[in-house]
Design a protein around this ligand. Structure first.
Ligand code: SAM
Length: 250
């Protein structure tokens, strides 16, 4: 398997305020409270560094938790924080699990980074049992961040020609100030110093990642329709940057 961008820049952005926000205000928090039970067999597709796994397992102990990711380094961090979960090093586009395997599947902010988001979407639904609940979130094409990513092709080019230093001294400080600090002030409703190291990883995930695709709500609803998924909830969060879906496999 080719080395993943996320081996070098694992998505590790954590903190008590973020945990409270996710559990109490984000759609994933509602999903956890409503659908995850002690007897759940849960697969977390693109689990990253296991941050959401920790939030979930701090809330409820599930029967079986499997985290899958393309990045080996991220999986090592996942294991460090969640020693009891199973991990699988694989791509979301080809999940090495049988069909109808689990009754909960989550994939938070992942499919848009894969080679083929639609194949990943189909794989996520394939491993879900009939009646299983699925939580998926992806980038919203209607949010201004789409343009930020497009314009950041200049930043990605600078890295390619070994001028990443310019990203570090010019663009990252701007991102840090305007997106991370002012953004978190709006979200948390209080000032919180975001550690530079974590902000650097978010900068890489948001702007430097080699693959990021953006979707209109109607496109995802069409995928749901074609794959016989009932939409139980559809919403946006982080000021419309993300689209999220709670689905039931029929
Ligand atoms: C923004 S992070 C989200 C991580 C985690 N879901 C969270 O919410 O903290 C995106 C993750 O998708 C993973 N990823 C990217 N392409 C993938 C693929 N083809 N298969 C599996 N995971 C992939 C990356 O390695 C990374 O950990």
């Amino acid at each position: 398997m080719k080395q993943s961008f996320y081996d070098k820049y694992p998505f590790y952005y954590e903190g008590e305020e973020k945990k409270n926000l996710v559990l109490n205000e984000f759609p994933l928090g509602r999903f956890i409270k409503k659908y995850i039970k002690e007897d759940s067999i849960l697969v977390d597709v693109g689990c990253g560094c296991g941050i959401k796994a920790k939030y979930i397992l701090d809330t409820i102990k599930v029967k079986d938790y499997t985290g899958l990711d393309f990045s080996e380094n991220s999986l090592k961090i996942t294991k460090k924080h969640n020693p009891n979960i199973k991990t699988i090093h694989a791509s979301a586009t080809k999940i090495p699990l049988p069909s109808n395997y689990s009754n909960i599947v989550i994939s938070d902010g992942v499919i848009h980074h894969t080679d083929s988001p639609y194949t990943s979407f189909k794989e996520i639904t394939r491993i879900a049992k009939k009646g299983a609940k699925i939580y998926i979130s992806t980038y919203n094409r209607e949010h201004l961040f789409y343009w930020a990513y497009r314009f950041s092709s200049v930043l990605r080019f600078l890295r390619k020609i070994h001028l990443d230093i310019l990203n570090k001294i010019i663009f990252f400080p701007l991102f840090y100030l305007f997106w991370m600090q002012i953004g978190t002030l709006r979200l948390y409703k209080k000032f919180k110093f975001v550690p530079l190291k974590q902000a650097w990883l978010v900068f890489n995930d948001n702007l430097m990642t080699p693959i990021a695709r953006y979707y209109y709500n109607d496109e995802i609803l069409l995928w749901c329709d074609v794959n016989k998924l009932k939409v139980l909830e559809q919403t946006t969060y982080v000021y419309g940057q993300m689209l999220s879906y709670v689905l039931e496999k029929c």
